[in-house]
Design a protein around this ligand. Structure first.
Ligand code: GLA
Length: 387
């Protein structure tokens, strides 16, 4: 479904529910990260892009000082009182929106009452930042409704805080930043320390970004993510640096004896991944796709063996792609996002996309009994007001 189709469907559903056409329509994309995983909360680099999958919100002002929001995907509704401080509540999806509303309240930005309907084409829980797309689309709606534009970095940080405090995930800045700042036709090389970005074009029609959803989601992830983050902080402490961004491989080796093996391996992933990420951006700029692909495989291996956030299904999808190799049209492949399920991202030749999908889909089905879902996406632009 294109953004235009999704937007008109959201509008139609709004009209059906509230009896009139919406006054505003906003959209924010999901994201895929090409490389640079679990580096954002270590002040490192990430290399994501927006994807052509969006969360769209249709809304109109209401006379009452409350937000009435219907989620078409989950078929559930929430009413949020805007007169008092917004807190966590049910249903669980509403927390991403509650968190953003609370962020605006903290800034003392008056939010007028509104009726809204939300629809999304970002697969939920697939590691493509469906939650960031909901947070950022909400912030975009509130900016329009309150007539108060936030600075884009401040907007991303407000949404990150919503995720941390209302969904309980101590996430980094990558997802919300990308959903706000993504640029059509470009990857973003984001320096998570300075929060500055460099745009790297990806417009060659011969090259495609293929996203494959394993359709598995291993639970326990909340705790595991926080645990990884704490382990990285521990490693930085032992190395006497503010964050692993300031550490190098020689420093790590020099202090190896002072670390538990597990902490060493966590740090090894982060330090090597930060280096791979800036190198990958260079290779992308130079059109060196084979070299870029090798960095993606190395990233996967490191996430699987040192950081231990992959799972059997993601390993299988990556292995199938790797075995196809360049002769089969695959330059590189890796798990993307937080891990423990979700998607792989692969850099492939456009003319081989159908054959790759057929091969991987059949082999994955045979080995796991599961259906993988696959799609290609060009780099999409960030959040915007459509109406
Ligand atoms: C999740 C988090 C991000 C980032 C990735 C791993 O998507 O929300 O901040 O840490 O995991 O790279």
């Amino acid at each position: 479904m294109t953004l235009t189709e999704l937007a008109s469907e959201t509008s139609r559903r709004f009209q059906e529910r509230y009896g009139h056409a919406p006054l505003s329509l906003v959209a924010a994309p999901g994201r895929v990260n090409l490389i640079g995983e679990h580096t954002d909360y270590n002040d490192g680099f990430v290399f994501p892009m927006g994807i052509e999958r969006y969360t769209v919100i249709a809304a109109s002002p209401s006379a009452l000082r409350r937000a009435q929001i219907f989620s078409a995907d989950t078929n559930s509704e929430v009413t949020i009182d805007l007169e008092s401080t917004v807190t966590r509540g049910q249903p669980s999806w509403s927390n991403y929106m509650r968190g953003v509303i609370a962020g605006f309240q903290k800034l003392k930005i008056a939010i007028p009452g509104f009726d809204a309907l939300v629809m999304s084409s970002v697969p939920m829980g697939g590691g493509l930042s469906s939650s960031a797309a909901l947070e950022v689309s909400t912030a975009t709606l509130l900016e329009a409704a309150s007539n108060h534009r936030l600075d884009p970095v401040q907007k991303a940080l407000l949404c990150q805080k919503a995720e941390q405090e209302f969904a309980g995930v101590p996430c980094g800045i990558m997802d919300q930043f990308t959903s706000v700042m993504a640029k059509e036709g470009h990857l973003l090389l984001l320096d998570c320390r300075s929060r500055t970005t460099e745009l790297v074009p990806l417009t060659n029609p011969d090259l495609s970004i293929l996203i494959i959803n394993s359709n598995v989601k291993h639970e326990l992830t909340g705790g595991e993510y926080a645990e990884r983050r704490a382990q990285c902080e521990r490693a930085a402490q032992i190395l006497s640096v503010a964050s692993l961004r300031d550490a190098s491989l020689p420093m790590l080796e020099a202090d190896r004896a002072r670390m538990e093996p597990l902490i060493y391996h966590r740090a090894l992933h982060v330090i090597s991944e930060i280096a791979r990420t800036t190198e990958a951006a260079r290779e992308m700029r130079a059109g060196q796709w084979s070299k870029l692909g090798q960095l993606m495989y190395a990233s996967h291996d490191s996430l699987r063996d040192d950081f231990e956030v992959s799972c059997a299904e993601l390993d299988l999808l990556m292995d199938l792609a790797r075995k196809l190799g360049e002769r089969g049209g695959v330059f590189g492949s890796r798990m993307t996002g937080g891990g423990f399920g979700g998607c792989t991202v692969s850099l492939v030749e456009t003319r081989s996309v159908d054959a790759i999908c057929q091969h991987i889909g059949a082999a994955y089905r045979e080995k796991t009994g599961l259906e993988a879902t696959m799609f290609v996406s060009r780099p999409a632009g960030g959040a915007r007001v459509l109406k």
